[in-house]
Each structure stands twice: as structure tokens, then as C-alpha cells.
Design a protein around this ligand. Structure first.
Ligand SMILES: [Fe+2]
Length: 291
């Protein structure tokens, strides 16, 4: 195992993701994911069935809304941008965490690179524990009592497709009023197993603070987005065909860099079932040791 950045990310060698994994090895990979938040495996050759089997090492697979799965493998989505698609935003091209507007956002996301540009099309991740821990005690305290609203508005009726043109090659269903429903999550998300705290807002799905207007929320949210994506909290993956990335979708953000017009990029993604995000208040209520 080789860490790829000071804040997060590690490359793991010696694993064949196409084969059933011994329980001890799977435990080690999960521990590496806990510690590094995103792990990379190189030179993998997996069928879609094997990708699903590998993904179950990280939890039960889940289907995400609004993005159509493959006909034969509904739990897998194809993330594709064709070579002839120019001047469009790429799917996942802004810092976000996958589907944070759900009651149970996915715990882990797994991405397998089938075809990638010779250069460009990298993915970046940011460590949201590190971002939280770098804030002043005063700001940490202020945020601890706040909830933020999240919605899937980019898939919703309130935002016309023309304003959010992504690749036509991804089967995204839009104009669904359900996607505009806002859901509150704590701004400081606590890992229930360790008690560690992380920031939990993102510029794609977070709309405002609970009980505040979008206008009132903009200043502080803008600061938090800029803060949590500072270069020192991030790592960057240069894909090659056969690279698999697994990330913890609860305590990190990611974005795909859209700098490869003229090249085809095809990835397959799975997600695992997550839990309801909890904040400091719920975390201390559920663990009597932390009064
Ligand atoms: Fe994503």
C-alpha cells in the first residue's frame, strides 16, 4: 500500500478484483479505505458481474435514483462522455458527494475505468475530516449546531435541462419534482464508529442552511466550499484502463476534471447502502460515554 497524498488516497497492489477475496484481505482493504478514504487498484480486468462481486466487499449494493442503470446490471451505471461531445459539463464535474440529498446517501462508491483519455479526465477527492479539523474552534462550534438542506435539484423540475447540460451519453432522468424536495443533514457529520467529525456540505446538492434563506446561506457555504477543497486536503487520480477507485462517500468530496474534449471516457460505477448522517447531538445521545 502506497499513500498518494498527505491528506487522503492510497494505491494498493497485489489484489485481483476479479477473484473472490479471502476474508482477511477484505478486512485489510476496508481498513485501508477507512484510513485513506479513497483507494486505487491498478491494472484490473473485471467483468461487470465481477465488479459487482468486488463492490460487495464494501457493503450491500444500492441503486441510485435519476441515473439509469445498465439493462443487465441495474446496480451499475455507465459514466460515459463520447469523443464528439464538446462544451458540455461532465457528470460529476463539480465538487460533490454522491446523492447527499437522499435519506441514506451511499456509503461507498466504486468506479472502474474501461476507457479513458491518454491524458486528462482525472478525478480529485477531498478529505472532509481534515477540512473540519482545520477550522477554528469557534467555527467548529458554530457549525456543530447547524443542519444544511440538500436536494437533487439538478435532476429536478425547477432547473431546466438546458442549464445543466451534461453528457447525452448518461441516462439521466430529469424534470422529476421529487428531486426538488429538500432534506436536512447535519453540517458536521460524525462517524458513529469512531466519533470523528467531518464537514458535510457540497456545492452541487447543498442548497442552504436549515431555517435560513439561500441568500443568507451563500456567504458561509461559499467559505466552506472554498475551505474544504483547498489543495492540501485533496488528492488526484490519473486513470488508466483497468484502474478501480473505491471511495468513502460519507467523509470525502470528489470531482471529475472535464479537460478531455475529443476523447471517449467510459467508467462503470456501483454504490453501497449508506446510513442516515448523524451530527454531534445525535452522536452524543447514542453513545452515553460521550456526555
Ligand atoms: Fe460523483
Amino acid at each position: 500500500m502506497r499513500p498518494v497524498g498527505g491528506a487522503l488516497g492510497a494505491e494498493i497492489g497485489g489484489i485481483d478484483a476479479s477473484r473472490a477475496m479471502a476474508p482477511g484481505i477484505a478486512d485489510q482493504i476496508r481498513a485501508a479505505l477507512d484510513r485513506h478514504l479513497v483507494i486505487f487498484l491498478r491494472d484490473q480486468s473485471v467483468s461487470l458481474g465481477q465488479l459487482k462481486a468486488f463492490s460487495t466487499c464494501f457493503g450491500e449494493l444500492t441503486r441510485v435514483p435519476y441515473v439509469g442503470g445498465l439493462a443487465d446490471h441495474p446496480q451499475i451505471i455507465a459514466v460515459l462522455k463520447e469523443a464528439d461531445e464538446h462544451n458540455i459539463s461532465t457528470f460529476g464535474g463539480t465538487w460533490h458527494t454522491d446523492f447527499s440529498f437522499l435519506e441514506h446517501p451511499p456509503a461507498a462508491s466504486i468506479l472502474f475505468a474501461e476507457q479513458v483519455p491518454a491524458v486528462g479526465g482525472d478525478t480529485l477527492w477531498a478529505n472532509m475530516y481534515a477540512a473540519y479539523e482545520a477550522l477554528s474552534p469557534g467555527m467548529q462550534q458554530t457549525l456543530a449546531g447547524l443542519n444544511a438542506m440538500h436536494s437533487g435539484h439538478v435532476y429536478g423540475a425547477a432547473r431546466p435541462p438546458a442549464n445543466s447540460a451534461t453528457s447525452q451519453s448518461i441516462r439521466i432522468s430529469r424534470n422529476n419534482p421529487e428531486a426538488d424536495v429538500e432534506r436536512a443533514h447535519p453540517v458536521v457529520r460524525v462517524n458513529p464508529r469512531t466519533g470523528r467529525r467531518a464537514l458535510y456540505v457540497n456545492p452541487v446538492y447543498t442548497t442552504r442552511f436549515e431555517d435560513m434563506t439561500q441568500h443568507e446561506s451563500r456567504g458561509l457555504l461559499g467559505f466552506l466550499y472554498a475551505h474544504c477543497t483547498r489543495a492540501e486536503f485533496t488528492c488526484r487520480l490519473q486513470w488508466a484502463p483497468g484502474t478501480i477507485a473505491v471511495w468513502d462517500n460519507r467523509y470525502s468530496l470528489h470531482m471529475a476534471v472535464n479537460d478531455y474534449d475529443g476523447y471517449r471516457r467510459l467508467m462503470y460505477r456501483t454504490s453501497t447502502v449508506g446510513e442516515t448522517p448523524i451530527g454531534p447531538a445525535e452522536a452524543s445521545a447514542s453513545s452515553p460515554g460521550h456526555g
